[in-house]
Design a protein around this ligand. Structure first.
Ligand SMILES: CC(=O)N[C@H]1[C@@H](OP(=O)(O)OP(=O)(O)OC[C@H]2O[C@@H](n3ccc(=O)[nH]c3=O)[C@H](O)[C@@H]2O)O[C@H](CO)[C@@H](O)[C@@H]1O
Ligand SMILES: C=C(OP(=O)(O)O)C(=O)O
Length: 509
């Protein structure tokens, strides 16, 4: 940790003083201190208290440093070899779904070990603005949520809401709470246009009609509407399935959802809803049969499961740095295809016996990676809805393909923009050719060398670049990492515990 903050602050003070046309003595007089003290401060040789900084700023009529504001960056020194063990944290995508689902419950919801990430923070801000009480209970990241008798949807914090995609999952729970309300447009990663139409189609049988007005969705709910036939999702999407589930959970009667996503976050939501007393058959399949309740008022505890995408990120970290590490608490059901493909590429690893996650349902294993010589797969790599290679895991195969011998094609048919961001690996020495907006060709192996890169506005590609920086020779800088913190808790610090050399810094302003 060698950022010379004192030196930087000193330089800022000197230039502000000179800008004002003052000598060191004049500043010293204004501060009732000595000229030699000012000299030491300007040279970065003296620790300055916050109070002193404020006084200097006042004397020079300039705000010298704004603390905590502005973007956060990472400085990475490489190449690194990692070692040791790391636990996978609970998933962002279950976390946000469960926060929305807590709106179904009039009672107290306690979620155990929630990922303390920016995406969750934004949703907490949104919930607070609607009058929902939330609080972190302890250092284990247990989170308590208590909705008010009347949810103030109109009071919603638009700025926080617009920064997350998950806001769309308020529709399912809120349609039972209000007959007429507005929600800001969903945000999240900039991956190109992401449709909300399947959500509207899925929720229409519950009486919901949504009109897109300027900057927000205007939702109107018809009284006494109820699904009379199975709801057939037009896409097997994760959040759309969750919306349909949440709408069905507060509908007294049985709803059948077909073409449902059986993916990890949906399973977590189903297990939680079961704890709330909602009956659900077919968890983990594409047909969910839900018998809801007209009111839910229980004090409930639930432990969301571990994040398969974080597990994949850590596997990629080990592979790109040629390291042997143990990744604990891997939800194996959701990483099997990725591992099978990696094995085909020559990756060797050991897998422990299975054990249960804290929710008592999800199967976990520990994986120990071995240093392996990888080659490209014979066929292109493409994602599919679960059970298929997870779309959020596809970007990690870019950095893996870059260290494998041969040519690999990645085909991201899902998102309009995400593959494009992978070409940023070229700045570190990767040979990544964009064939069209959905396909990239990667030639490996790569001699990585450090560079300065601004995070692309998409979580997974940003992490992919960080991982390549771990393997890059020299110093790299990754700018504006909010996008990473949106989905990962303390990633840099946890990689450092495995031996990485990543420093966090901000611009002093
Ligand atoms: C909060 C959360 O849980 N976010 C996840 C969720 O977002 P979410 O459920 O919001 O995903 P989207 O609805 O944006 O779907 C992703 C894309 O896949 C397309 N699509 C999806 C299913 C399908 O059967 N056919 C199809 O074409 C959609 O049109 C869209 O372009 O699922 C995405 C796809 O797994 C993940 O990347 C996100 O991390
Ligand atoms: C696309 C992602 O997230 P979101 O749906 O929150 O934008 C992701 O997790 O990679």
């Amino acid at each position: 940790m060698s950022v010379d903050y004192l030196g930087q602050i000193g330089t800022l003070i000197r230039s502000a003083r000179q800008h004002r046309g003052w000598t060191q003595q004049q500043l010293a007089d204004a501060l009732s201190t000595s000229q030699s003290a000012v000299n030491r401060i300007e040279r970065g040789h003296q620790n300055v208290s916050l109070e002193m900084l404020a006084r200097i700023g006042e004397a020079l009529d300039e705000q010298l440093v704004s603390i905590g504001a502005g973007p956060v960056h990472l400085r990475v020194t490489g190449p690194t070899t990692l070692s040791g063990s790391i636990d996978v944290k609970t998933s962002k995508n279950a976390g946000v779904a469960l926060l929305c689902a807590a709106l179904l419950n009039n009672g107290r919801t306690t979620l155990r070990r929630v990922a303390r990430i920016e995406e969750v923070n934004r949703l907490l801000e949104v919930l607070a603005s609607m009058g929902v009480q939330t609080r972190w209970l302890n250092d284990d990241n247990d989170l308590e949520i208590v909705p008010p008798a009347h949810i103030d949807i109109a009071g919603i914090n638009h700025d926080a809401a617009r920064r997350t995609r998950s806001i769309i999952m308020f529709l399912g729970p809120l349609l039972h709470r209000s007959a007429d309300f507005e929600l800001p447009y969903a945000g999240g990663c900039d991956l190109g246009t992401r449709t909300v139409e399947p959500h509207m189609t899925a929720l229409r049988p519950f009486g919901l009609e949504v009109k897109a007005t300027e900057g927000s969705y205007h939702a109107v709910v018809a009284e006494d509407a109820a699904p009379v036939r199975p709801i057939v999702l037009t896409e097997r999407g994760d959040t759309v399935t969750e919306n349909a589930l949440m709408a069905a959970a507060l509908h007294e009667g049985t709803t059948v959802i077909r073409n449902a996503s059986p993916n990890y976050m949906v399973q977590d939501l189903c297990f939680f809803l079961q704890e709330l007393g909602v009956e659900i058959d077919g968890v983990g399949t594409t047909t969910l049969t839900v018998t809801g309740r007209s009111e839910i008022d229980v004090d409930v505890e639930y432990s969301p499961s571990e994040d398969p995408i974080e597990a994949m990120s850590l596997l990629a970290a080990a592979i790109v740095t040629g390291s042997e590490i143990t990744i604990r608490r891997v939800p194996i059901e959701f990483l099997e295809i990725e591992l099978a493909l990696l094995e085909e590429m020559g990756f060797r690893y050991e897998r422990s016996e299975e054990y249960q996650a804290a929710n008592g349902r999800t199967r976990l294993v520990d994986l120990t990676t071995h240093v392996s010589v990888l080659h490209s797969p014979i066929d292109k790599i493409h994602p599919m809805p679960f059970p298929g290679l997870n779309i959020d895991n596809l970007p990690f195969f870019a950095v893996i393909a870059a260290v494998a011998n041969g040519q690999t094609m990645l085909h991201d048919w899902v998102y309009e923009n995400r593959a494009i961001y992978l070409t940023e690996l070229g700045k570190l020495g990767g040979k990544v050719t964009l064939l069209d907006p959905h396909r990239v060709m990667i030639d490996g192996p790569t001699h990585w060398s450090g560079a300065e890169i601004v995070c692309p506005p998409a979580l997974r590609p940003a992490v992919v670049i960080l991982l390549a920086m771990l393997a890059s020779k020299g110093t790299s800088v990754l700018r504006s990492v909010y996008v990473i913190n949106r989905g990962y808790e303390d990633l840099a610090e946890r990689l450092n515990q495995l031996g990485a050399r990543i420093e966090t810094f901000t611009d002093l302003r």
